[in-house]
Write a protein that binds this ligand. Structure first.
Ligand code: HEC
Length: 154
């Protein structure tokens, strides 16, 4: 009888350890599932280099054809990795930040876009939008612009 009890005790200890292990596993996997908020570098291979100077107008829209199509494609993933968490998936704003489909499609829209993306936006010393000038290449910024302007207007 005594030895039976002892065995039972061991079994429940092992059971408890297994439960803790499962819980830890659950916590780890849930933690891993959260979105990565670190800005991501964008691979711009295949796009014409812009040079150092900041351009006033989207060079890929001006180039048209395959360059523009490639820019839109690269811009889509660049946008999803860097902008969607605030400006919404597929550039459809959920209300946290402005709907970027409403930006003007011409050179005025380009200038405003570049200014905001490069410098970000801060209020009372806190960034509401981080500056991207040291995080993204100029090519990547124009590729994202190409993607945004390719989205149908709301
Ligand atoms: C942390 C949240 C956040 C992220 C990430 C973010 N933005 Fe913003 N963005 C904002 C907010 C908030 C504003 C509104 C600032 C203001 O009042 O002008 C804004 C404004 C803008 C504007 C001006 C829009 C307008 O209508 O005047 C542009 C353009 C823009 N963002 C582009 C981008 C792009 C492109 C990315 C990704 C490379 C990006 N943003 C990433 C929060 C964000």
């Amino acid at each position: 009888m005594k030895s039976f009890r002892a065995k039972k005790h061991i079994v429940s200890v092992v059971g408890a350890a297994a439960t803790v292990g499962l819980l830890q596993f659950a916590v780890l996997t849930t933690g891993y599932g959260h979105g990565d908020v670190t800005p991501q570098a964008v691979d711009v291979e295949g796009l014409e280099p812009t040079g150092e100077e900041i351009l006033e107008e989207n060079p890929y829209r001006l180039a048209g054809g395959e360059q523009y199509e490639l820019a839109i494609e690269i811009g889509a993933s660049g946008y999803n990795q860097n902008c969607a968490r605030c400006h919404g998936l597929e550039a459809i704003s959920g209300g946290i930040a402005p709907d970027l489909r409403l930006l003007e499609d011409d050179m005025f829209g380009d200038e405003w876009y570049m200014e905001r993306v490069r410098k970000g936006y801060s209020q009372n010393g806190a960034y509401k939008m981080p500056p991207f000038q040291d995080l993204l290449s100029q090519e990547a910024m124009w590729a994202i612009r190409s993607y945004i302007e390719s989205r149908p207007k709301p």
